[in-house]
Design a protein around this ligand. Structure first.
Ligand SMILES: Cc1cc2nc3c(=O)[nH]c(=O)nc-3n(C[C@H](O)[C@H](O)[C@H](O)COP(=O)(O)OP(=O)(O)OC[C@H]3O[C@@H](n4cnc5c(N)ncnc54)[C@H](O)[C@@H]3O)c2cc1C
Ligand SMILES: NC(=O)c1ccc[n+]([C@@H]2O[C@H](COP(=O)([O-])OP(=O)(O)OC[C@H]3O[C@@H](n4cnc5c(N)ncnc54)[C@H](OP(=O)(O)O)[C@@H]3O)[C@@H](O)[C@H]2O)c1
Length: 268
């Protein structure tokens, strides 16, 4: 195989280099990829790391990325936007198997079980690439040991933007490790806001007007039974915080677990 530009330039000097093992393009603006996992890397499902490439001047260009694979996986998976003219993703979108990426092995984040108090149901609210940390958490048996029901909501502009999450959920049902645990426990609730689809609208509206609870036959969110994790744009996160606090939930952190946690899917 011919080495790509990225590989020939970076193979020798790149620090914390990991090798790309597969790449899949979902739409013109979304792709996922897998890389080798450093032998020493331990992380909690839901955490993020800094990944990137070397710039022309030889310095690293790094961005935060949620690890989309569960902590038991031999490789690491990432799910990425392609921002036109984005410093990192305008280049990262061209990676191929065999190329190298920088991965700083210092996972952090608040979308972790440790930051939540025990509960009956866990709601995961994602928009866009905000589904990435939940792709890790729904493949982690601990999620289903801790909660009786897990509700994964994913809202995107267009139907094609839902494909990664839909395939993930379908794949879980046949998974030898977690398939049985997930059966009857994981509820998937996709919506679109711009392109016509069977279920449309912002998740915030579905929560405010009771559509989500009604469609799923679940009680309204309560502090006694429900926990939530949120990952989307700053606007989505702000609106959901207000809604969840209206239901009586308080925000948790690693140092002080509570009833809901929030992480930005991107800045700006
Ligand atoms: C905690 C955290 C976790 C993150 N995890 C992921 C992840 O798992 N997958 C991922 O694709 N990105 C993720 N991001 C965003 C990521 O860090 C970069 O912003 C993204 O890779 C684009 O990099 P860039 O250099 O091409 O453009 P940037 O200069 O970083 O971004 C340019 C603009 O593009 C838009 N943008 C950036 N990222 C996104 C996005 N993910 N979805 C929609 N619009 C976006 C914003 O308007 C931003 O101002 C995360 C960010 C944070 C803070
Ligand atoms: N995804 C694309 O097809 C696309 C195409 C071109 C450019 N971009 C650029 O990429 C960036 C992000 O796009 P994105 O679609 O990935 O992320 P996004 O703008 O955060 O939208 C993702 C989903 O979240 C919903 N949403 C946004 N704010 C919300 C809020 N406050 N409450 C409830 N729901 C909310 C959106 O609904 P609404 O549709 O109602 O906002 C959409 O369904 C933007 O800068 C955009 O210009 C994206």
């Amino acid at each position: 195989m011919t080495l790509s530009d990225t590989q020939t330039k970076k193979a020798v000097t790149m620090p914390d280099a990991q090798t790309v093992t597969s790449v899949r393009h979902w739409t013109d603006s979304l792709f996922s990829f897998r890389v080798t996992r450093p032998a020493s890397l331990r992380f909690r499902s839901g955490e993020f790391v800094m990944i990137g490439l070397l710039k022309e001047d030889g310095r690293p260009l790094l961005r935060a990325y949620s690890i989309a694979s569960p902590n038991w996986d031999d490789e690491l998976e990432f799910y990425s936007i392609k921002v036109p003219d984005g410093p990192l993703t305008s280049r990262l979108q061209h990676i191929q198997p065999g190329d190298q990426v920088i991965l700083r092995p210092k996972p952090v984040g608040t979308l972790v079980h440790d930051a939540l108090l025990p509960g009956k149901r866990l709601y995961m609210f994602a928009t866009g690439t905000g589904i990435a940390p939940f792709a890790s958490l729904v493949r982690d048996p601990e999620t289903f040991e801790k909660f009786e029901q897990v509700i994964l909501t994913h809202t995107c502009r267009d139907v094609a933007d839902l494909a990664y999450g839909r395939e993930l959920v379908e794949g879980l049902r046949d998974d030898p490790l977690i398939g049985e645990m997930v059966a009857g426990k994981l509820i998937y609730y996709p919506t679109t806001t711009r392109e016509e689809s069977p279920r449309m609208g912002r998740i915030t509206d579905h929560l405010r007007d009771g559509t989500l609870a009604r469609e799923l036959g679940l009680p309204q969110i309560s502090v006694a039974e429900d926990r939530a994790m949120v990952c989307g744009s700053i606007g989505l996160n702000t609106d959901l915080k207000e809604i969840l606090e209206g239901f009586g939930l308080t925000e948790g952190a690693n140092s002080e677990p509570a009833e809901y946690v929030v992480e930005k899917a991107f800045v700006g």
